[in-house]
Design a protein around this ligand. Structure first.
Ligand code: AMP
Length: 396
């Protein structure tokens, strides 16, 4: 069965229930402010299209953070409602709860157009994929749209069970389409050379992606704390660098599986004695006992850059070092600039931290696609499908 897209939906006079991923980062102190609005900004075209198509009501669902099924004002969608209202230049009403009676009354008011339901994860039924909760939500609307790519790897009430109540009336939003098309292009006959750059902190989080990537790519560049278990597995010393025994065992397994010699590891590092210490160069693969690796070194930047410059397809997930500290950001920023400079390649970056790094580099516009979904983009690559997308296609 083919997925239905919102562009083809007749929304005139219809009430539309739409799942977005407004799970944006917020400042830790009150008043809480959104520190990166990209996820909301990327949802705006879908909202505008629904308005243009004459939707009578737009009822928006999202989660924020991990309130674990309990009301917690810390995770209120209030800052999101305020930002949406200012961006769209119209009122956005935030409901007290996603399933209070007042929502139906609100929808009867002619002046109400845009309603944002309060954090759906305040309700325990959401993460349990609860049919009763899905049914209650479904009663608000005639049509369902899923534009929450970042939550499409979850089987939750508002992304999965809800499809049971919108047979032939469920559509993918514009962002969902863009995300799925871009990631599918990586899996379906990507132009060669295809290079994956995998960084970040833990091998165990990304082992399935790395396994899948080893089959697809010509070269796999590994950086960040991800590299140390691999270096240790090959007999190098890694000092006090982040590394678990479990990750060394996984790295050994991946190195043994890499029959084509596709995995590339750092040849040098930037080290320090602590996370917020002074940076110093470290030539060679081994790191002294009293130091920790916090960024890739200049030889590695050059060698990884040479691979990137000749690539026709690039997938990047995970920073090359502790880039939040400017002393250890050079490797990650250089990778962002080199990918941006290769205008002939199809480049996709996914994952919260690497996306933040690309934004920080000022090069986001030059990437073919900057994914809003961290876990979702990795899971799509591993499996070629996501539960939220499958439910849109086939129902539940
Ligand atoms: P992940 O969520 O697995 O992509 O990990 C991203 C995090 O890993 C970021 O917060 C980075 O600062 C951190 N990171 C990357 N490289 C290192 C490193 N060499 N040492 C410590 N943390 C690192």
């Amino acid at each position: 069965m083919q997925i239905k897209y919102i562009q083809d939906a007749d929304l005139k006079g219809k009430k539309v229930l739409v799942r977005f991923d407004f799970n944006v980062p917020l400042t830790k102190t009150e008043p809480r402010a959104i520190t990166d609005t990209s996820r909301i900004d990327q949802a705006i075209p879908t909202i505008r299209l629904m308005l243009e198509k004459g939707a009578s009501k737009i009822i928006m669902i999202s989660h924020l953070g991990r309130p674990d099924g309990q009301v917690n004002p810390k995770y209120s969608l209030e800052p999101v409602a305020e930002y949406l209202a200012s961006k769209l230049g119209t009122d956005v009403i935030l409901s007290e709860s996603a399933i209070e009676n007042g929502v139906k009354n609100l929808l009867h008011l002619p002046e109400t157009k845009l309603v944002l339901l309060e954090n759906i994860r305040f309700l325990p039924g959401e993460e349990k994929n609860d049919m009763e909760l899905a049914e209650k939500l479904a009663q608000y609307a005639d049509v369902y749209v899923n534009d929450a790519f970042g939550a499409a790897h979850r089987k939750h009430a508002s992304t999965h069970a809800i499809n049971a109540f919108f047979k032939n009336r469920a559509y993918a939003g514009l962002l969902m389409k863009k995300e799925v098309d871009s990631l599918a292009a990586l899996l379906d006959k990507p132009a060669k050379p295809f290079i994956a750059i995998i960084g970040g902190a833990k091998v165990s989080d990304k082992i399935k992606t790395i396994e899948r990537m080893l089959v697809m790519v010509d070269t796999l560049l590994i950086g960040g704390a991800m590299a140390y278990p691999f270096l240790k597995a090959k007999g190098a010393t890694i000092g006090k660098s982040l590394c678990s025994d479990e990750d060394v065992a996984l790295a050994k397994h991946l190195l043994a599986a890499d029959k084509g010699g596709k995995i590339q590891l750092p040849k040098d590092h930037v080290v320090s004695d602590k996370f917020d210490g002074e940076p110093s160069p470290c030539a060679g693969t081994s790191i002294p006992e009293d130091k920790m690796g916090l960024d890739i070194g200049p030889m590695t930047i050059k060698s990884y850059g040479d691979h990137i410059a000749t690539a026709k397809t690039i997938f990047w997930n995970g920073p090359m070092g502790l880039f939040e500290n400017k002393n250890f950001a050079k490797g990650t920023m250089s990778i962002a600039h080199t990918i941006a400079a290769n205008t002939a390649c199809f480049s996709v970056v996914g994952g919260g931290d690497s996306v933040a790094a690309v934004q920080q580099s000022g090069e986001a516009e030059k990437f073919s696609h900057v994914s809003t979904g961290g876990g979702a983009s990795l899971e799509f690559i591993e499996r070629g499908e996501l539960p939220g997308v499958q439910a849109l296609k086939y129902g539940v």
